[in-house]
Design a protein around this ligand. Structure first.
Ligand SMILES: [Zn+2]
Length: 121
């Protein structure tokens, strides 16, 4: 005869001691006070090749071009994207000085319709 002592321990049902306390409805909503996100990582050499990786030396400096000829469309087109946008300096490697001159030259070239302002859709 097995003598299993299975003691049923009925937990004494002293359950909820809380009798209907209404929660204090406090408007403690913290909204919009987010901490400023992580600072941007300083631009490393990412090198994602959307454009060609060009020489990181300014073309105009190497060729000693001081004034950029705005009539030289072929030259300018190398610094204008397909849609007519000027390619930013970090992609072309042109130095700041020459980029500014280049920008002017491109705008002049646009004015005399050598270069498109923007692509038409
Ligand atoms: Zn330069």
């Amino acid at each position: 005869m097995s003598d299993e002592t299975s003691v049923k321990a009925p937990e004494s049902g002293a359950g909820s001691g809380q009798s209907g306390e209404s929660r204090p409805s406090g408007g403690g909503g913290y909204q919009g006070n987010r901490p400023a996100g992580a600072p941007r990582p300083a631009g490393g050499p990412g090198g994602r090749g959307k454009f060609f990786r060009r020489k990181k030396v300014c073309k105009f400096c190497t060729e000693k071009i001081d004034a950029i000829p705005y009539r030289d469309v072929r030259l300018l087109q190398g610094f204008v994207a397909e849609r007519g946008k000027i390619v930013p300096r970090r992609l072309t490697g042109v130095c700041t000085t020459h980029q500014r001159r280049l920008t002017r030259a491109i705008k002049q070239a646009r004015n005399i319709a050598l270069l498109p302002f923007a692509a038409r859709h």
